[in-house]
Design a protein around this ligand. Structure first.
Ligand SMILES: C[S@@+](CC[C@H](N)C(=O)[O-])C[C@H]1O[C@@H](n2cnc3c(N)ncnc32)[C@H](O)[C@@H]1O
Length: 269
């Protein structure tokens, strides 16, 4: 049994691209999608993800929190988060971190694989991580490392692709060389945090998408058009998001059993 477990672990380790390959993949990805030009004209889905993150953090009402933007790419969201307090950005992509430092010289940026131990003891009030959980090989370790750098009662804001939707989309790029990709179902993301001792304060999905299987009917233009005569289209969108049919899972979780009273707003959005 032990032998089987060890060989399974070895096989998994072999199938994970090494840091250099991951770095190369993300250097290219960020150059293509997060260059200065790109972030000046963000697509509507990225804008919605950004706005939800900023709103939930703002509604926490913390005074000058210390925030880590984990998987910050070229620092565009880190710069937005700076309106709340002191921010630090970190990413495995060395080219993106160089670009972030040039663009935002007043912000601290660090390059590294978040899964690797870091001798420095930095503590944050909030860790924000948008579209990164699905890019790491060991998700429980990722969540545990977030918990370790949060002060007691600190918050993790996570956005990540919804596997139920992504498996029913027809516009998903093929897995690239050096890319780690592990989408999760909404319940899995919640459990990852609860199993590590977090208390989930807010949870939803964003941006209904997908046109295969059941989602073909759910997102059918004709059906939604007809429904839209009876109910406001935004109400239909929000209902789908509440039912877990948005392409992005968003979660706000508070560290530990020392979590204290609930955050001011506990609705799903
Ligand atoms: C899909 S991009 C999202 C970037 C950014 N958060 C955004 O929303 O524009 C994923 C980011 O996570 C970074 N990343 C992936 N694995 C990482 C790791 N193990 N440690 C630190 N950063 C990582 C990548 O370099 C990339 O910038």
């Amino acid at each position: 049994m032990l032998k089987l477990k060890l060989s399974l672990a070895a096989a998994l380790a072999l199938s994970v691209p090494d840091d250099a390959d991951q770095q190369q993949f993300w250097n290219e990805w960020n150059t293509r999608y997060r260059s200065a030009d790109q972030v000046a004209h963000l697509d509507p889905a990225t804008i919605r993800r950004r706005d939800n993150a900023l709103r939930w953090i703002s509604e926490l009402g913390l005074s000058r929190p210390r925030i880590l933007d984990l998987g910050c790419s070229t620092g565009w969201l880190t710069a937005e988060l700076a309106q709340f307090g002191e921010v630090v950005g970190t990413d495995i992509s060395d080219a993106s971190i160089r670009e972030a430092r040039e663009r935002y010289p007043d912000i601290q940026f660090e390059c590294g694989n978040f899964l690797k131990p870091d001798a420095r003891k930095q503590v944050f009030d909030i860790v924000v991580s948008v579209d990164v959980l699905s890019c790491v090989a060991d998700q429980p370790l990722f969540v545990d490392r977030i918990r370790r750098i949060l002060r007691p009662g600190g918050y993790a804001y996570i956005a990540t692709p919804n596997r139920f939707v992504y498996e029913r989309r027809d516009d998903v790029a093929q897995l690239g060389p050096g890319q780690v990709r592990h989408w999760n179902y909404p319940g899995e993301v919640r459990r990852l945090f609860e199993d590590d001792g977090f208390v989930v304060r807010r949870f939803t999905t964003l941006l209904p998408e997908g046109h295969h299987g059941i989602l073909r009917a759910v997102n059918s233009y004709k059906i939604n058009n007809l429904l839209g005569r009876l109910v406001a289209p935004t109400a239909i969108e929000r209902a789908k998001e509440r039912f877990g049919l948005g392409q992005t899972i968003a979660l706000l979780a508070q560290r530990g059993s020392d979590a204290g009273p609930p955050a001011p707003t506990t609705s799903h959005l």
